[in-house]
Design a protein around this ligand. Structure first.
Ligand code: ATP
Ligand code: MG
Length: 350
């Protein structure tokens, strides 16, 4: 008997397809009551992982459980977990309503659920149309309706926003958040952080089949240290004054500004005033999440990913300081990367 927790647990999961290692020692936990984003670039191993969670692919190593059991031990799996994977096929000549009736019969739920799920995804009026004539967005909704037939506790969706227009994405966001608010579990994959950023609370970021980060999205944002970009009249004098105040992570940007880590604009301004250094520009920068996602999943981190992943069996919701990137992604590029100019009108040329 499953434990009814709504928890998905992935432990040291690996999958090799011949010489291709699609998933490598992946561990994370998805808790109920929230929407968890499963993010990674194309080919990162998202679909393979979701298929292992759903019992459609056998792991080479490790385990994936829902409610404490592997998918094939769940008894009535459709009542526990509903899923939408890539390229769901529908009989083109069958109406949406009939398609759902066939599935309802297959999983042993009464026909009246069909009307409930059609209404839930906004397809009641289109229910008698052939699925073959549906737009991509309508097919996504029908796939979601199918996943909902068993009134599952857990939803696993692979790139569900693909093909949805902005209105459809907004609708899906509200739907998934409401579903999670009922104490249910949502795991949703995407290769675009921006697409799901407003939908998700938790995030698992993978690259080359390995965990780069998992935890709360807002912790990931907050974990990135703010930096201050400052254009002083005398670089050496300001750097010396900052070091005297134990602020020692200072780099020179290509536009002539100093990049100062672990401080605030106010602190830099105060120190400059006391050191009688004129300031021609002062700007505080916080993490740009998309940039951070790109840094976490780009090739340079794939070379040594172990140091960023959580240890096996790590507790869920662990602090990003422990499991997130151990280096600040900005500090490596601060000296080289051109920054978009603010509207202050000052700063060097790139
Ligand atoms: N059945 C298979 N046979 C061989 N290789 C496979 C198979 N399925 C996946 N792979 C490989 O495993 C890796 C991960 O693929 P996967 O589809 O899981 O990535 P993904 O993160 O879902 O990518 P996308 O964002 O493009 O959907 C890729 O290198 C892929 O080519
Ligand atoms: Mg995929």
């Amino acid at each position: 008997m499953h434990d009814g927790s709504g928890r998905i647990e992935v432990r040291q999961l690996s999958k090799n397809f011949g010489s291709v290692q699609a998933v490598a020692n992946l561990s994370f936990t998805v808790e109920p009551g929230s929407v968890t984003g499963f993010l990674g670039p194309n080919g990162a191993g998202k679909t393979t992982t979701l298929r292992m969670i759903l019992g459609l692919v056998n792991p080479s190593e490790g385990t994936a459980t829902i409610n404490g059991l592997p998918h094939d031990k769940l008894g009535h799996p459709a009542r526990v977990v509903g899923s939408v994977l890539e390229n769901e096929g529908f009989h083109p000549k069958r109406s949406a309503r009939n398609h759902l009736k066939v599935y309802a019969a297959a999983i042993g739920v009464p026909d009246r659920r069909v009307e409930d799920v059609l209404a839930a995804v906004g397809l009641t009026d289109a229910g008698n149309r052939h699925a073959g004539g549906f737009s991509l967005g309508m097919r996504q909704r029908l796939a979601l309706a199918t996943a909902l037939l068993g009134d599952p506790q857990v939803l696993v969706l692979d790139e569900p926003a693909n093909g949805l227009d902005p209105e459809g994405i907004a609708w899906l966001r509200t739907f998934l958040r409401d579903f999670a608010k009922q104490g249910r579990t949502v795991l949703v994959s995407s290769h675009l952080l921006a697409e799901v950023e407003q939908t998700i609370d938790q995030v698992v970021i993978i690259s080359h089949g390995q965990t780069m980060y998992y935890g709360q999205l807002h912790d990931l944002r907050n974990a990135q240290r703010p930096r201050v970009l400052v254009l002083p009249s005398d670089h050496d004098a300001l750097a010396t004054a900052l070091r005297e105040e134990q602020i020692s992570e200072i780099e020179q940007a290509s536009d002539g500004r100093l990049v100062v880590m672990n401080t605030s604009a106010q602190q830099v301004g105060d120190i400059a005033l006391r050191a009688s250094v004129a300031i021609y520009g002062l700007e505080e920068r916080h993490a740009d999440l998309e940039n951070l996602f790109f840094q976490l999943t780009s090739g340079q981190y794939a070379a040594a990913p172990q140091q960023y992943g959580p240890p096996p069996g790590a507790p869920y919701g662990a602090s990003p300081g422990a499991y997130g990137p151990s280096q600040d992604v900005w500090s490596q590029q601060a000296a080289q990367q051109p920054y978009p100019q603010g509207n202050t009108g000052w700063g060097g040329q790139h």
